[in-house]
Design a protein around this ligand. Structure first.
Ligand SMILES: *Cc1c(COP(=O)(O)O)cnc(C)c1O
Length: 393
């Protein structure tokens, strides 16, 4: 779908300094070598089966579907991955690449800690050093995940400047990487960043869609009529969409977080409200202020509050293959409270956006139709926050 320079239509590419461009080309070359190796493909399969818990199942949401009385709802259970989300799919891949390239260390930033925990896990399992940069404020807010990373042997580095949050953590992690490009690999947490990261992370996440297609056909005899996934940077969505992208009869829906409303700063719906721009080394749709700087963004789900979206999503939007829709905090919360009672599954707040939209869609479709929702992660990490702020409902 992308050209050799990593452009999806006009989006993507590598907008970085010359010396970094050289490093990106090295990464690209190594990745191309690695993915063609039978030993790598076998190792990946082995790790997924014996450590990660793949294939993840598809569950029919019988109670929820019966209550709605519309389309039948199915969940792809990425919440059942080791560490509780789809993120380990690409973290294992990135760490294997770092080792193949002879790097001594992986570097990443984390906001709420989910990417950091998955990176720390993959690094421990594969035996490589792991430095995680995290805003000082986030370190206080996300203490359990900080402790997890430390237990897993990662070094958590507190970022004390500016807002002491995710943006500063990205800057610091990137700076540390630039100081030590020869010995380290910077591991991006979604289908964003300069080429080849959006393509590479997508390749690692494609397993979701490949499994899901086979499972839907085996279990129901049919492809789903619609596939729904939440979109932060867009890795879980691209992963499941790629299994169905050539099946044009399958409608694809990417769900963006509308937060508290449509005002700039109150949401993180970059496809709906963003403009063409460059951020973190790639061209995409970006939420910008009047000066053209990335705007502050917000969502109740911290995994979704990114001011842009992976370039492939910007492209899929332009060619209208995927429809991007929005779900706000309140709708997300309703789904977060409904799913445990109806199906015995506590979804991540991120995933609850996809669930909320899937329920809306099911109501408009007849009962012979099928909707497949990607349940990107489990909600254990969100229980404390939701209970303190909103209580039991
Ligand atoms: C990080 C995260 C997301 C958002 O990331 P994408 O790259 O858009 O998939 C969604 N769901 C869960 C559970 C996450 O941890």
């Amino acid at each position: 779908m992308e050209n050799s320079l990593g452009f999806f239509g006009k989006f993507g590419g590598a907008y970085v300094s010359d010396n970094l461009k050289t490093e990106m080309q090295k990464i690209q070359k190594s990745y191309n070598e690695l993915k063609a190796k039978q030993s790598f493909i076998s190792e990946m399969k082995y790790i997924r089966r014996t450590y990660q818990g793949r294939p993840t199942p598809i569950s029919y949401a019988k109670n929820l579907s019966q209550e709605i009385g519309g389309a039948k709802i199915y969940f792809k259970r990425e919440d059942l991955n080791h560490t509780g989300s789809h993120k380990l799919n690409h973290c294992i891949g990135e760490v294997l690449l770092a080792k193949y390239m002879g790097k001594k260390k992986v570097i990443a930033e984390t906001g709420a800690g989910q990417h950091g925990v998955a990176m720390a896990t993959a690094s421990a399992y594969l035996g490589i050093k792991c430095d995680i940069y995290m805003g000082a404020k986030d370190i206080v807010k996300e203490k359990p995940n900080v402790q997890r990373m430390q237990l897993l042997g990662a070094k958590v580095i507190s970022v004390e400047h500016g807002q002491q949050s995710l943006k500063e953590a990205v800057d610091s992690a990137f700076e540390a990487y630039l100081q030590d490009v020869d010995n380290s690999l910077y591991c991006i947490g979604s289908v964003v960043g300069p080429h080849p990261f959006p393509s590479m992370i997508r390749d690692y996440q494609m397993i979701i869609g490949e499994e899901a297609k086979e499972q839907m056909l085996a279990d129901t005899g049919n492809l789903p009529n619609a596939v729904v996934a939440c979109v932060g940077g867009g890795s879980n969505a691209i992963g499941i969409f790629s299994g169905f992208i050539n099946d044009t009869q399958v409608a694809l829906y990417g769900v963006e977080p509308l937060g508290k409303g449509t005002k700039l700063g109150s949401h993180a719906a970059a496809v709906a409200y963003g403009k063409e721009g460059i951020i973190h080394g790639f061209k995409s749709l970006v939420l910008m202020d009047n000066d053209g700087n990335p705007a502050p963004v917000y969502s109740i789900a911290s995994g979704l509050d990114y001011p842009s979206v992976g370039p492939e999503h910007a492209y899929l939007h332009t060619i209208k293959r995927v429809k991007y829709v929005q779900i706000n905090d309140e709708e997300c919360l309703e789904a977060f409270y409904t799913l445990p009672k109806k199906e015995g599954i506590i979804p991540a707040l991120e995933s609850a956006h996809a669930v909320a939209y899937g329920i809306k869609l099911a109501k408009q479709m007849s009962s012979e139709k099928q909707i497949l929702i990607n349940l990107s992660g489990r909600g254990d990490k969100d229980i404390d926050f939701v209970m303190k702020k909103y209580g039991l409902r």
